[in-house]
Design a protein around this ligand. Structure first.
Ligand SMILES: CC(C)(COP(=O)(O)OP(=O)(O)OC[C@H]1O[C@@H](n2cnc3c(N)ncnc32)[C@H](O)[C@@H]1OP(=O)(O)O)[C@@H](O)C(=O)NCCC(=O)NCCS
Length: 325
């Protein structure tokens, strides 16, 4: 009997990213809060971050990233049937940021909606879109992580303002026959600690209070290490792979010390772990997809390579995805 295992798989056929031009260095932060480049560098690894222009909203960053992903995928934008945006900093309460992206790209026949899972948002969006492509009539989708975190940053809080930045990343997903593509995804939430990382103001709970990030850094740190190791291993297991099979692990870029703790536990050499947080800080839902795009552009993702994305965030949430290119 002929041995055939070829089936419909969801492939990432293009990626793109957009980072606002304006760079804010640690030295500039020294002028805003009582901190130092030395403290930020040794405690986080971050050297600078990007800040979007006043006129730019999350959808504007997303549209730029999406255009690059569409070009990279060599498709026409009207082939896109599904647009899912992960963001914690939507343009407004409604319409969804995905609708503004659809409008900006001039796509007429697509379904567009947002996913909210803070820094794990891109992994939640990827999981949702993978399932819709597998089960529905859709063939081609756009998945985006975009953030203008500078709009909800408390620039007087040195515990948080040093960590975050703005940016957007996009991926074009397509259902194709073959053996490669997204092999597995794994997502989870634990809602017992909704208050250690949140934006308590601005929503329907506290509409009069200013929307600003609040964080218990140490608690979040412990959770991040634990859950990112857990998610990394779960997605590997679901795909029937081992750590040693990984060509590249792309972890959420929140803190270099978190990444180093994960590297130690998953026993991967440093050159198989992607790090770009020194340039951008934590861009929440945009982080892992910007990093994947950069890794591809730097030639660090070759045909056949097994790449894993892993993230954690407010909720608390976590997620991972195994992708064979
Ligand atoms: C925020 C974080 C960098 C703080 O590092 P830390 O080693 O835990 O530092 P601490 O909060 O214990 O603070 C240590 C000291 O530095 C001070 N400090 C805090 N921020 C500072 C800053 N930007 N510059 C200088 N000193 C600072 C604190 O006030 C404290 O001083 P004290 O000892 O006199 O009280 C770290 O906890 C972290 O990265 N947590 C995870 C955050 C995260 O990933 N968030 C995103 C989730 S998606």
């Amino acid at each position: 009997m002929p041995h055939s295992t070829s089936k419909d798989m969801i492939h990432i056929i293009g990626t793109g990213s957009y980072l606002p031009e304006q760079i804010m260095t640690n030295q500039e932060l020294e002028r805003l809060v009582e901190t130092s480049d030395e403290w930020i560098t040794t405690r986080t690894g971050i050297k600078e971050r990007r800040i979007a222009d006043k006129t730019e909203a999350a959808s504007d960053l997303a549209i730029q990233a999406a255009k690059k992903a569409i070009t990279d995928a060599r498709i026409q934008s009207d082939q896109i049937e599904l647009i899912v945006v992960a963001t914690a900093t939507p343009d407004m309460f409604f319409p969804s940021t995905a609708c503004f992206v659809q409008k900006g790209l001039g796509i007429k026949n697509a379904v567009a909606f947002d996913v909210s899972a803070a820094c794990s948002g891109f992994l939640f969006a990827l999981t949702t879109v993978k399932a819709l492509l597998e089960s529905g009539p859709y063939k081609t989708a756009l998945v985006i992580g975009t953030e203008k975190l500078s709009s909800i940053t408390d620039w007087k809080d040195r515990g948080t303002c040093i960590l975050f930045g703005d940016g957007a990343g996009a991926a074009v997903l397509q259902k194709q026959n073959g053996m490669q593509g997204i092999l597995s995804t794994y997502i989870g939430t634990d809602a017992t600690q909704t208050d250690i990382l949140d934006v308590p103001g601005g929503g329907s709970r506290n509409p009069q209070k200013e929307a600003a990030i609040h964080m218990e850094g140490k608690e979040v740190f412990k959770f991040a290490v634990l859950k990112m190791i857990f998610a990394t291993k779960e997605a590997l297991q679901l795909a029937g792979k081992r750590e040693s099979d990984l060509a590249l692990l792309i972890p959420h870029q929140a803190n270099l010390r978190i990444i180093e703790a994960i590297a130690e536990r998953v026993q991967l050499p440093r050159d198989r772990i992607f790090v770009n947080l020194q340039k951008y800080g934590n861009m929440s839902a945009a982080t892992t997809i910007v990093a994947l795009d950069e890794a591809r552009r730097e030639g660090r993702v070759k045909k056949g390579d097994l790449v894993e994305l892993v993230a954690f965030g407010a909720g608390l949430t976590w997620g991972a995805a195994m992708i064979q290119f």
